[in-house]
Write a protein that binds this ligand. Structure first.
Ligand code: UGA
Length: 440
């Protein structure tokens, strides 16, 4: 059993801390935000993440998972310290690493014996080297430490599952002692034959960015093929399904939609482009993926406009789904923000509903109306737009939906509904890369 300290109790820190304690280690999750720590001690989870509360409760009960606002004590008491603080986007698209570097100084000041310092936060290639320099130049005792880069591949909404059943665990480190310790941390996965791979530090840092950028690229690619399919009269659902059956391509992340959002893809793609620029390279594919995504978000509004025959002014539009993806309350970079903002600019009215994210969106758009169920949002609206593929939007009673609308106009940006069925029911509708009918 290892003694682990996790610094930063955001989404990554909390899921990782709870997951590692579930592997049988003693974990202290520490944060300078005393309020957050106090509510965690009371069993309140600050984020909506399926399965997280159960995981936290189970390990708190077994005394393996504790919360603390004493960063210094947590560092002193740990064999391995994970840095899991936020790395938000800085002013010019570069990553703001100030929180990571602050933690590095704090670790240096409290380094009283050999420890492993491991970064989980997403940081650009070369950050590990800087963290090592900061610790070496600020440490008060002549003690050694090893540095590890251990990027996370957790998706919001399925982070617990992703942590407990990962495809791979990447350990970037230059010391066999540190690698052995990290294997012990992830021992249960090792027994489950999940690959735990050692690389050098900068390679591990690159794996994280390259993975996210590739997935973003894949989404932008399928979105562009969907847009072309619309014009040429092909069905993207069939196209994506059949190209995905090629093992070299895989069916995952081939779902066209209103453009990717979230706290990771938009930020990480921009950071990779910046990183390349600094190295005097131009990553054309990723730059194109970013541009295609900006356009995709705008395109959803153009679709709405054409469903409404160009007259958004004075119309009431029901928006179903506000989070950037299902099973999360996170609305960061959500395509819903773009469409709502465009509707309001054009003089339309928005009635919004999300099973979880109404409150988050209220902070951005305090003046639109939020409803407690889809039926209320849709009542008397001129058009309904499905923005997030929450399960409850997958099985709407379409006959009831049509009756509630003033005019039967539907924009399905997640391709949930069969165009043929919508046609038969008399909807005027549009999709992303499938059939449309805008004859109302
Ligand atoms: C992403 C990565 O998938 C994780 O592996 C990574 O650890 C995480 O970023 C991170 O860096 O922390 P996340 O942003 O939570 O995870 O969610 P995704 O499931 O990747 O979805 C991102 C966006 O892409 C969403 O807006 C989603 O709707 C969109 N998407 C996804 C599509 O439009 N089509 C698809 O086929 C898949």
């Amino acid at each position: 059993m290892k003694k682990i300290g996790i610094i930063g109790v955001g989404y990554v820190g909390l899921v990782s801390g709870a997951g590692i304690s579930d592997f049988g280690h003693k974990v202290v999750c520490a944060d300078i935000d005393g309020k957050k720590i106090e509510s965690l001690k009371k069993g309140q989870i600050p984020i909506y993440e399926p399965g997280l509360k159960e995981l936290v409760d189970r390990n708190v009960k077994s005394n393996r998972l504790l919360f603390s606002s004493e960063i210094d004590k947590t560092i002193k008491d740990s064999d391995i310290i994970f840095i899991a603080v936020g790395t938000p986007e800085g002013s010019s698209g570069e990553v703001d690493l100030s929180h990571v570097f602050d933690v590095a100084v704090e670790i240096a000041k409290n380094l009283d014996k050999y420890k492993i310092v491991c970064t989980k936060s997403t940081v650009p290639v070369g950050t590990g080297k800087k963290i090592k320099e900061i610790i070496n130049s600020n440490k008060l005792h002549a003690v050694d430490f090893d540095y590890v880069s251990n990027p996370e591949f957790l998706r919001e909404g399925s982070a617990v599952k992703d942590f407990l059943w990962p495809d791979r665990v990447v350990i970037g480190c230059e010391s066999d002692v540190a690698f052995k310790s990290m294997i012990e941390v992830y021992q249960p996965l090792f027994r489950n034959k999940k690959p735990i791979i050692q690389t050098d530090i900068s390679t591990a840092e690159m794996v994280k960015y390259a993975s996210n950028a590739f997935l973003a690229l894949k989404i932008s690619y399928i979105n562009e093929v969907a847009n072309l399919s619309e014009v040429l009269g092909c069905d993207i659902k069939v196209v994506a399904d059949l190209i995905g059956q090629d093992g070299r391509i895989s069916p995952k992340f081939l779902h066209p939609g209103p453009g990717y959002g979230g706290s990771c893809f938009p930020k990480d793609t921009k950071a990779l482009v910046k990183l390349a620029k600094k190295a005097n390279l131009h990553i054309k594919t990723i730059t194109a993926a970013i541009e295609a995504n900006v356009y995709q978000k705008e395109r959803m509004f153009f679709k709405l406009e054409s469903l409404l025959k160009g007259n958004v002014k004075g119309k009431t539009i029901a928006i179903l789904g506000l989070s950037f993806k299902p099973n999360t309350s996170d609305i960061r970079e959500s395509s819903s923000i773009d469409i709502i903002s465009n509707i309001l600019k054009a003089g339309g009215t928005v009635k919004a509903f999300d099973p979880i994210a109404n409150r988050s969106m209220k902070k951005i758009f305090p003046n639109i109306k939020y409803y407690s169920n889809w039926q209320k949002a849709v009542n008397n609206s001129d058009c309904v737009v499905i923005m997030t593929e929450w399960n409850e939007f997958r099985s709407l009673d379409l006959i009831d939906l049509k009756k509630r609308l003033k005019t039967p106009l539907l924009l399905d940006t997640r391709n949930i509904y069969d165009p043929q069925k919508l046609l038969e029911l008399g909807f005027s509708f549009d999709t992303v890369g499938r059939k449309k009918n805008i004859n109302y």
